[in-house]
Design a protein around this ligand. Structure first.
Ligand code: UD1
Length: 336
C-alpha cells in the first residue's frame, strides 16, 4: 500500500482529497497546523471512509519539525496543500505569505532530495494566467505578472518546482485550479471560511442562510453576455479526484517530463448572475443581491480548456454546477 503525505489535509480541498485517496486504497498521513481548520475534520474524514488517517499537527515553517517528521515517516508521495490563500490579506502580509507558501515548499523539497523521495503534487492556481488573451485557457497560455502576492507565491512556487525537479530528478505535477466550490455529498466536510467570506459561493450560501444581508455583485459592466464576470467553477470532489489521477501518473511513471502542469477546471464559464440563478434553482430560495462596482484586481473572464488534463491525467469532471451549488447549500444548512 502506498503511503501519501497530505499537507493541509484538514483544509477544504485537502480533506476531500484525503477521502478520495483512502477510497482508492492509499494510506494517508496528514500534516496540518490547524491555522485555518479544526481537528474535528479528522473525525469527519474517519466517519466517511471508516479509516482514521495518521495525523501530525506540525507547522511546516519549523524546519526541525519537518526534518523530524521525515526521519520517522517514509512516504511514497506528497500532496502539498498547506498554504495561505487570502488574496486581499496577502497584499498586507507579503512576507508572511512568502515565508509560509514558499519557505515550507523549499523545506519539503530539501527533504525529498536528501531522502530520495519522489512524486510531488502542488496546488497551483489559474491566477498564474491573469486575464488570458484567449479563452478557454490552455496550458500554453503565458504566465502573466501576478496581480497579488498570493498569485506570485503560486508562480514562484512553480519556478522553484521546475528548477528542483531538473536538478534533483524529482517528478512533480502542479495542478492549476480554477474555482473550487461545493462540499462532500455526505455533508460531513466542506468549506469553512473564517469571518466574512471573500469568495462568491460561501457568500451566496451565507446570504441565503440569513447570515449576511445581501450579496454584492462586483460589477455588471464587464464585456460578457450579461455584464458580470465569468469564472470556471469546479466541484471540489472532481478537483480532489484530479489529484489522485496526477499521483497515479507519477507513481506509474507515465509523466512525460519531470515537471508538468495541468488546468483543473470544469471547462465551462459561468457569470456571477448565472451562478445566482442556478443557486436559486438548487436551493429553491430567491437570493438577495445588488449590483455594486467592480472589485479591485478582478479579471473579466477565466475558464479552462481541459483537453490536455483530460487526456494526460485520464480524468474528467463528473459533477455539474447545479450539483456543486446544491451540495454547498446543504453544507451551509448543516452548519447552522
Ligand atoms: C479568487 C482569487 C484567486 C483564488 C480564488 C480561490 C482574486 C482576484 N482571485 O478567485 O486567486 O485562487 O479566489 O480562493 O481574488 N464575486 C461577487 N461578489 C462577492 C464575491 C465574489 O460578485 O461577494 C464575484 C467576483 O467578482 C468574481 C466571482 O464572483 O467575478 C468569483 O469570485 P471569487 O469566488 O472571489 O473567486 P476569484 O476572484 O475568481
Amino acid at each position: 500500500m502506498k503511503k501519501i503525505l497530505v499537507t493541509g489535509g484538514l483544509g477544504f480541498i485537502g480533506s476531500h482529497t484525503v477521502v478520495e485517496l483512502q477510497n482508492e486504497g492509499f494510506e494517508v498521513v496528514i500534516i496540518d497546523d490547524l491555522s485555518n481548520t479544526s481537528i474535528g475534520v479528522l473525525d469527519k474524514i474517519t466517519e466517511i471512509t471508516g479509516i482514521k488517517p495518521d495525523f501530525h499537527q506540525i507547522d511546516l515553517r519549523v524546519k526541525s519539525e519537518v526534518k523530524n517528521f521525515f526521519e520517522n515517516n517514509k512516504v511514497d508521495g506528497i500532496i502539498h496543500f498547506a498554504a495561505f490563500k487570502a488574496v486581499g490579506e496577502s497584499m498586507h502580509k507579503p512576507l508572511d505569505y512568502y515565508e509560509n507558501n514558499l519557505g515550507t515548499l523549499v523545506y519539503l523539497l530539501q527533504e525529498m532530495r536528501d531522502r530520495k523521495l519522489d512524486n510531488f503534487i502542488f496546488s497551483s492556481s489559474c491566477t498564474v494566467y491573469g486575464q488570458a488573451d484567449e479563452l478557454p485557457i490552455t496550458e500554453k497560455a503565458p504566465v502573466k505578472t501576478a496581480e497579488s502576492v498570493y498569485g506570485n507565491t503560486k508562480q514562484i512556487g512553480e519556478e522553484i518546482l521546475r528548477d528542483a525537479s531538473k536538478a534533483h530528478d524529482l517528478n512533480i505535477i502542479a495542478l492549476r485550479y480554477f474555482n473550487p466550490i461545493g462540499a462532500h455529498p455526505t455533508v460531513k466536510i466542506g468549506e469553512l471560511p473564517l469571518g466574512v467570506p471573500q469568495n462568491l459561493i460561501p457568500f451566496v450560501t451565507q446570504t441565503a442562510a440569513g447570515m449576511r444581508k445581501e450579496l454584492s455583485v462586483f460589477g455588471d459592466d464587464y464585456d460578457t453576455q450579461d455584464g458580470t464576470a465569468i469564472r470556471d467553477y469546479i466541484h471540489v470532489v472532481d478537483l480532489a479526484k484530479a489529484h489522485i489521477a496526477a499521483l497515479k501518473r507519477l507513481i506509474s511513471k507515465r509523466n512525460k517530463q519531470n515537471f508538468e502542469f495541468f488546468n483543473v477546471g470544469s471547462g465551462t464559464g459561468s457569470s456571477v448572475l448565472e451562478v445566482i440563478k442556478a443557486f436559486e434553482k438548487a436551493s429553491g430560495k430567491p437570493l438577495n443581491y445588488k449590483i455594486v462596482g467592480r472589485r479591485e484586481g478582478d479579471i473579466t473572464a477565466a475558464f479552462a480548456d481541459t483537453t490536455i488534463a483530460n487526456k494526460e491525467l485520464n480524468w474528467k469532471t463528473e459533477k455539474s454546477l447545479d450539483e456543486a451549488l446544491e451540495s454547498a447549500w446543504k453544507w451551509q444548512q448543516a452548519q447552522n
